[in-house]
Design a protein around this ligand. Sequence first.
Ligand code: HEM
Length: 129
Amino acid sequence: MESVTIPQLINPVIEKFYRKCQDDFLIGYYFQRQLHFFDQILPQLKIFWLCDLEKQLGFAISLSTKQFNLNQAHQNLKLKRGEIGRWAVLFLETLNEEKARLPHSLVIAWEKRIVFYRNLFWKKFSSAK
Ligand code: HEM
């Protein structure tokens, strides 16, 4: 039997999540105005989550040299508290829809990280209700 890699497991979830984000009534405008989001930023987000989840699961980090600057990417967006909450709701919803084909340990680790980043963004980036 062929072994499945982590990118093969997580990339479809990330793609589905950002398609939802783009169509969303509340946060869609951030993604619609970024014309290169899907061809330039989405590949970065896949690397980000691969590094993050490999670390959580205790695997060797295959792409760990890449540094992400969350400040730089988000400080000018002036995200509102409710928008950050919406990001987390959509992400958790997508993960829940896809969880049947994912290892349980991956789902649990990923849910925790989504909540962790939501809380971090609430502290660091939210500008208003
Ligand atoms: C409402 C919430 C959010 C919105 C609207 C949003 C929007 C965006 C946008 C527009 C970019 C592209 C920035 C650019 O032009 O380079 C971006 C990049 C990124 N976002 Fe978010 N974001 C949100 C929350 C988050 C959260 C909570 C995380 C934490 C996991 C995150 C992780 C990233 C990463 C890793 C990048 C790529 C940064 C890079 O290429 O260095 N975002 N986001």
